[in-house]
Design a protein around this ligand. Structure first.
Ligand code: NAX
Length: 328
């Protein structure tokens, strides 16, 4: 029998967890490989009870690929021997809460979890979803010195998916007609969704849609989509976030087709003028064997470069804000 892959999900009793766990266990993410889920949530009796309930539901799906479920409130147990850790658990931003307060609330969670991630398997990869995800990723990675920084990433795939959907709706084509959209920068309103290198039905997006729409309404629609969902639903995005997390894991697990790429916030080595030492979203190509590279050579206008700089400057200020939580 194939050795099962162990996959940890933190905040597994939360909204995103409820849409995520089933798709991790079903074969959709890891193919025929059996999956053992390690589910972590807070050591609060009601939360642990809710976690057990979700685990029972996952079990009740009878997935042929599900090889076991571990429920725990202990990060060391949660990360023991895992090949993927999806760090979802953190407090969502409350009404009127400043980003700085969110960072202060959630940052310390990722210090402890960073330490505990040292117990992961030798092929451990980490996806940070809990916000502010780029900076939480930096905190976790810097507190886990045994694991290379390249094994950590944060999620901007939801922003990419939102951008694709907006372009397809405007151009009145299917989502599959859109290619080459890249999200640059921070997963925040400052992120920049590049369409200068995108195509719609094989033609440059800039020849199909007006520059004015692409530079104004489109960027605003993608940047504010999270807020619009909260306004409509009364709760933050959950199923779409879980779907993007599945896309992100699959993007790294499998080889990216030649000439294609996906967006993920990865450890910056300076590509596209991004400052080193932060996790920023870039165009990524996976080799399907655990390695990846930044896709080079995308042409960016001065408009795009200026937008990206605003977002990477925000990441630098977030890094400065959590300096006391960073180790190495
Ligand atoms: P919920 O509040 O529904 O669930 C969060 C869960 O995390 C709860 O079960 C809570 O008990 C648990 N938790 C809190 N602290 C924990 C800790 N120290 N260890 C383990 N578990 C802990 O939030 P949900 O809607 O699931 O969102 C989770 C996170 O995803 C939030 O930070 C949210 O802002 C972020 N998001 C990130 C997105 C992205 O694209 N990167 C998009 C969606 C979402 O907004």
């Amino acid at each position: 029998m194939t050795t099962p892959i162990r996959v940890a999900v933190t905040g597994a009793a939360g909204q995103i967890g409820y849409s995520l766990l089933f798709r991790l266990a079903s074969g959709e993410t890891f193919g025929n490989r059996p999956v053992i889920l390690h589910l972590l949530d807070l050591p609060i009796p009601e939360v642990q009870k809710a976690l057990e309930g979700v685990a029972m539901e996952v079990q009740d799906c009878g997935f042929s690929t599900l090889a076991g479920i571990v429920c725990t409130d202990d990060p060391s147990k949660a990360f023991d021997g895992v090949s993927w850790a999806l760090l979802v658990g953190s407090k969502p931003r409350g009404p009127g809460m400043a980003r700085a307060d969110l960072i202060k609330e959630n940052g310390p969670i990722f210090v402890g979890q960073g330490n505990a991630l040292a117990r992961g398997a030798s092929d451990l990869r980490v996806l940070v979803v809990g916000n502010p995800c780029n900076t939480n990723c930096l905190i976790a990675a810097s507190n886990c010195p045994g694991v290379p920084k390249e094994r950590f990433s944060a999620m901007t795939r939801l922003d990419q998916n939102r951008a694709v959907a907006q372009l397809a709706a405007k151009a009145q084509v299917g989502n599959d007609a859109i290619s080459g959209v890249t999200v640059f920068g921070n997963h925040s309103e400052s992120m920049y969704s590049d369409t200068e290198n995108a195509t719609i039905g094989g033609k440059p997006a800039t020849s199909v849609l007006s520059t004015e729409w692409l530079q104004k309404d489109f960027l605003a629609a993608v940047g504010n989509r999270g807020k619009a969902i909260i306004a409509a639903r009364g709760k933050s995005s959950a199923a779409s976030a879980a779907s993007a997390a599945i896309d992100h894991v699959r993007d790294f697990e499998y080889a990216t087709p030649e000439g294609k790429w996906f967006s993920a916030a990865i450890w910056s080595e300076g590509s596209y003028d991004a400052p080193k030492g932060i996790y920023t979203s870039l165009p990524v190509h996976s080799d399907g064997k655990g390695g990846y590279k930044v896709v080079q050579g995308l042409n960016l206008s001065d408009f795009a470069k200026a937008k990206i700089k605003v977002s990477t400057d925000e990441l630098l200020s977030e890094r400065a804000f959590v300096a006391d939580l960073l180790k190495g």
